[in-house]
Ligand binder design. Structure first.
Ligand code: GCV
Length: 648
């Protein structure tokens, strides 16, 4: 652990508590965690855990009811946190850490805090064995796995415990410890290797985090020796029931399974002529006696499409597959839906599926790992994008944050890197995710300021805070500016997805096309003349997206194929917008790099050096994006930049 970045829990964050007298009431493992935290802080800063005359009371009132809520207020010189559940007490403790000195000033009426979403989960796409193509962590940009090394669970789980602590401090309460693409070694975590999962669960448990496991739908065949994995076959159902019982014997508070089925080559119920509700419900039945949940992913599409076929539209796939099944899923089956219809692009509309399954518990999946947003070599704080998604009223009167009754999930961006996330500033994404999962309507900029203050120890306007805010605040839009324009997506290098290749996926089977020709660019997804995808939305979205006249600029090429001289609402033509944003995006990276340079001396040297090095790469890559995208569209269209800048 030596030398590992403390992220948003530096020692200094505990000084306000550590200098005070704290009374802790209650018993149980999580109360012990809180007591241990306070005792350690006091040993460092001179305060004490006391029985009387406290400055701070942390109290579990009565029997632990499992709740996560807490109440915090201050009266007569004493700050009080009460909770009816031990998890609530833990979150109340971290609430006081976040408040810092402010927790001990003046008087405050008791305020009740409660997470809006019960499940706040990180999915790790970690492989146990290093995969020949995908490596140890699929789409991982922060070193190796925190959980797995040398083909097995790490022996030293101190770092895992520290990870659990960081996650609890931003409100996350569940972790899936292996990749949804379940390879041969990883499949066995469910059976003879469950002890390794139990060890990891043991390290996360003291911070209120439940462990989940990705499993292969073919497990009865590949592990159980059965001839079929048909979800309606009795022997298959019995096999899963037995497997689940053995998992719970090893991990009594196990969260449940995560399943990627019939997706990108993973096995699923289609092979047996069964529906995805049949598949999910079979696993739900196996988990139900133990209180577990199955997270069934909706990322189902044809990844072997013929690029010549203009009628198949990958964006339609999840809705087409799952909406007819609404109401058929068991209560403990959660359908986990990516926030956009494609695949974590820098700009996508909200998936229409989220508003179209009122009879199904949905979880919404975000991607903290920056597969398509700079791979943690580029600064790209995703808070504003996620917030836009969560606040979007995709069904009348219901924002996505409220429709995600099954929880909010993010693909983790953490590995065994000293800075946890490779790019130290990518920690802001992890923190923001946790806080938004707790309160989906929260202002992401307030969360950013909180993260900066905790991680860099300075209030707004002082120290590095203003500089950090200016670097991070608009970084998502900056990234959008120098990459694929106006919602069209992709244009990345095939396979690893880093850096530009405008036609990289244009003639591929993956269903991710931009259809640029000499006259125009974009995908016609209208009902009138295109794939009909726009019609999957309810009003007002269906009408808004249907016409290029009303479609928001930033999504124009997602929904429409338009000519290069099409006039945007901004008053620019599409082609001029492409040129301008690409020049602007690079200029913004140059400016951010300058700001970072000016923070030397205000940020610890190791962190400063790591970010400085990443900025060099971001700038190189942004210039490459600018020049390839601008040259591509100049050559296709023949339209010169009205400002005469250099295009190749
Ligand atoms: C884990 C994208 C990624 C894959 C990932 C998949 C998914 O296609 O490129 O690496 O697989 O999404 O979400 O299942």
């Amino acid at each position: 652990m030596q030398g590992v970045d403390p992220a948003w829990l530096p020692d200094g964050a505990f000084r306000p508590i550590g200098t005070r007298r704290t009374l802790i009431r209650g018993t149980g493992p999580l109360v012990d965690t809180v007591r241990g935290e306070v005792t350690e802080a006091c040993a460092r800063f001179g305060g004490a855990v006391v029985q009387d005359d406290p400055d701070l009371v942390l109290e579990l009132t009565g029997e632990d009811d499992g709740g996560e809520a807490f109440t915090c207020g201050r009266r007569d010189g004493c700050t009080t946190v009460t909770a009816t559940g031990a998890r609530g007490l833990l979150y109340g403790f971290f609430h006081v850490v976040r408040l810092g000195e402010a927790a001990f000033l003046g008087e405050t009426e008791p305020q009740h805090h409660r997470p809006e979403l019960a499940l706040r989960m990180l999915d790790h796409w970690d492989n146990v064995a290093v995969h020949p193509v995908m490596g140890q962590v699929e789409r991982g940009y922060a070193g190796g796995s925190l959980f797995w090394a040398d083909g097995r669970a790490r022996g030293d789980l101190e770092r895992v415990r520290a990870y659990g602590r960081l996650l609890a401090a931003c409100g996350i309460n569940a972790v899936a410890v292996n990749n949804v693409n379940v390879h041969a070694a990883e499949a066995r975590l469910l059976t003879d290797r469950i002890g390794e999962v139990a060890d990891i669960a043991g390290a996360l448990r003291p911070y209120g985090i439940r462990t989940h496991l990705s499993v292969t739908f073919a497990a009865p065949v590949v592990l159980g020796g059965l001839e079929t994995a048909d979800p309606l076959a009795t022997e298959v159902r019995e096999w899963w029931a037995g497997a689940a019982a053995r998992v719970y014997a090893a991990i009594p508070d196990f969260g449940g399974f995560v399943v990627k089925a019939d997706s990108e080559g993973q096995p699923g119920p289609f092979a047996y002529g069964r529906s995805h509700a049949d598949g999910a419900n079979m696993l739900a039945a196996a988990l139900a006696p133990h209180g577990g949940t199955v997270h069934w992913r909706a990322f189902v599409y044809d990844h072997r499409q013929d690029w010549r076929d203009r009628s198949t539209d990958r964006a339609r796939a999840a809705y087409d597959h799952f909406v007819p099944l609404d109401g058929e899923f068991a209560d403990n089956a959660v359908l986990q839906v990516k926030h956009g219809p494609m695949d974590f692009q820098v700009r996508e509309p909200v998936s229409p599926l989220i508003g179209a399954m009122p009879g199904t518990r949905l979880a919404v999946e975000l991607q903290a790992t920056q597969e398509y947003t700079g791979q943690q070599r580029h600064v790209c704080w995703l808070g504003p994008m996620w917030s836009e998604v969560l606040r979007c009223e995709i069904a009348e009167g219901s924002p996505v944050g409220a429709l995600a009754r099954g929880g909010l999930v993010a693909v983790s961006n953490v590995g065994d890197d000293l800075f946890w996330t490779g790019h130290p500033l990518a920690q802001a994404n992890l923190y923001t995710f946790g806080r938004l999962a707790w309160e989906p309507g929260a202002d992401p900029h307030r969360i950013l300021d909180e993260w900066i203050r905790l991680s860099f120890g300075a209030g707004p306007g002082s120290g590095p805070a203003a500089g950090l805010r200016s670097i991070l605040d608009g970084s998502w839009r900056t990234y959008e500016k120098y990459t694929a324009p106006l919602g069209v997506g992709f244009m990345v290098q095939p396979g690893h997805h880093y850096g530009p290749s405008v036609d990289g996926y244009e003639y591929s089977p993956w269903g991710t096309y931009h259809f640029a020709d000499r006259d125009g660019v974009g995908v016609d997804r209208s009902v009138a003349s295109g794939t009909g995808y726009a019609g999957q939305y309810a009003k007002p979205w269906a009408e808004l997206y249907e016409s290029p006249e009303t479609c928001p600029d930033e999504l124009l090429l997602f929904f429409h194929h338009v000519s290069y001289d099409h006039m945007l609402k901004s008053g620019k033509t599409v082609i001029q917008h492409i040129y301008d944003t690409h020049f602007e995006g690079v200029a913004e990276v140059e400016a951010a790099r300058e700001v970072w340079g000016s923070l030397v001396g205000l940020v610890d040297p190791a962190r400063h050096a790591r970010v400085a090095e990443r900025f060099e790469e971001q700038l190189r890559s942004a210039r490459e994006w600018r020049d390839q995208v601008n040259s591509y569209f100049f050559r296709k269209s023949g339209v010169p930049d009205e400002r005469g800048r250099r295009i190749y």
